[in-house]
Design a binder for this molecule. Structure first.
Ligand code: SF4
Ligand code: SF4
Length: 449
């Protein structure tokens, strides 16, 4: 990979990292989220095993943009050798994707994801305008729904195909929107099941319901076929992942409380999630609300009921469908692989679709660069992280890249379109649903570059 760092795990001696050599006993930022999370910093033994798992380190070749380097910056904040408003801290923390690839690589169990959120909550100044706008919109359904409706209308005009050719972030954003267009021809089928597995309520999700509504309906159908009865959970909100990852923990907690109330009221035994980032967030509500006397236990109960759709379908078998003679590859969403540690189940589900030929993807466990709103606020690094992913996909010769997260579907989908690839992204559930319907892919909906 051109421009990537060499294997290097030696001690750090330059830049702000040298600050970690100066130790002080008292915490310089008492009572902050990072102070409360500092035990996680102490777990790091600076071994460097995480470096080669870190996309920003591999791309930027700067130890300050590695997990180990960022943990040293966090320690410097706690010890007071760097101030929370130090611009160098802000830069390197902002450039972290939050992909948590370092967590699964770490032999010492450093809870990097929590440390990152706590650091962002501690240093949180003003986010860039784009980030502030997105976080505000996703907090309020009355703003979010019209915005997503506008996106669907724009997509329906077909203008997104044209605008996706524009250079720069606007063109990429249009390519992302274009990539949300359903890829498989839909044919109705009678989705029946025996209900033997109990009730499941689906987290509809903001982007999933707004731009991938067909995938949500497919999710409900395949759950039904595989023995779940679908329960409604009205009143559910954005899961809060975008806000938590940006360090806006109060907003994330408000959204979590609303979802806890909605899913409690649904009475569903299982909460099914088809968006990896949202599932990871909901499984961590128990941690997010651990200090809320009114919600801590309720959050723990809700988190315990959350399952990624692939976990449920792998558990079920799943039921066999019709032949789907397609060559596909699978890209593991970071928040499924690294945050939820769900790795085998999506492969098992895809393996159960008759006729599907699954070609392994090199470095499928590496981030694609989407990372919530990262591709909007750090487009240059995001594109650099995406580049090797697109090259590996091209080498598979696959017609579809299956991945179970809206951000990854859009990021990889946009990258493929702008690279002139004939491949496009699809949610694994859509493939299973197409198999159940005995459908074939709609070739006319394929990207043409
Ligand atoms: S985060 Fe884990 S893998 Fe990385 S340097 Fe620290 S202990 Fe080693
Ligand atoms: S979360 Fe991802 S980008 Fe951030 S330090 Fe860990 S591996 Fe690197």
């Amino acid at each position: 990979m051109s421009g990537h760092a060499d294997r290097e795990t030696g001690p750090v001696t330059t830049g702000p990292l040298s600050a970690h050599h100066v130790a002080t006993a008292a915490c310089a930022i008492p009572g902050t989220p990072l102070d409360l999370a500092k035990a996680g910093i102490d777990a790091c033994v600076h071994c460097g095993f995480c470096l080669q798992a870190c996309p920003t380190y591999l791309t930027l070749a700067d130890e300050n943009d590695s997990p180990r380097g960022r943990i040293v910056l966090m320690r410097a904040l706690v010890e007071g050798t760097l101030a929370p408003d130090d611009p160098s801290v802000r830069t390197h923390i902002d450039q972290c994707l939050g992909c948590r690839g370092c967590e699964t690589a770490c032999p010492s169990g450093v809870p990097y994801g929590h440390l990152l959120e706590a650091t962002r909550a501690t240093i949180s100044g003003r986010h860039p305008f784009v980030a502030r706008t997105v976080l505000t919109v996703f907090r309020h359904q009355w703003m979010l729904r019209p915005m997503l409706l506008g996106g669907r209308l724009l997509r329906a005009t077909g203008l997104t195909k044209l605008l996706a050719r524009l250079p720069g972030p606007l063109g990429f954003a249009m390519a992302m929107l274009e990539s949300t267009r359903p890829k498989l021809a839909r044919r109705a089928y009678d989705a029946r099941g025996d209900g033997s597995r109990g009730t499941a309520a689906l987290l509809l999700g903001c982007v999933m319901e707004g731009l991938f509504g067909e995938t949500n309906r497919a999710t409900e159908r395949v759950l039904t076929v595989n023995g779940w009865t679908i329960a409604d959970a009205p009143g559910q909100q954005c899961c809060g992942a975008l806000h938590a990852h940006a360090g806006n923990l109060d907003a994330a907690r408000d959204l979590a409380r609303a979802n806890i109330r909605a899913f409690e009221a649904s009475g569903a035994e299982t909460i099914a999630v088809n968006a990896a980032g949202c599932g990871a967030m909901m499984k961590e509500y128990a941690v997010l609300l651990a200090h809320d006397p009114d919600y801590a236990e309720r959050a723990a109960r809700v988190s315990a009921r959350v399952r990624d759709i692939s976990e449920l379908l792998a558990l079920a078998g799943p039921a066999r469908g019709g032949d789907l003679p397609l060559t596909i590859t699978y890209d593991a969403p970071c928040h499924l692989q690294h945050a939820q540690r769900v790795t085998a189940q999506p492969i098992a589900v895809l393996g159960a679709v008759p006729g599907l030929r699954l070609v392994p993807l090199v470095d499928s466990d590496q981030c694609c660069g989407a990372a919530g709103i990262y591709n909007l606020v750090e487009p240059a690094v995001s594109n650099a992280v995406l580049e090797p992913k697109l090259a590996h996909i091209a080498n598979t010769g696959a017609r579809f890249v299956a991945t179970g997260n809206p951000g990854c579907l859009m990021q990889i989908g946009a990258g493929l379109r702008r690279a002139g690839s004939a491949a496009s992204t699809v949610h694994p559930v859509d493939l299973l649903d197409a198999s159940y319907a005995g459908r074939t892919p709609n070739a006319t909906s394929a990207p043409t570059g």
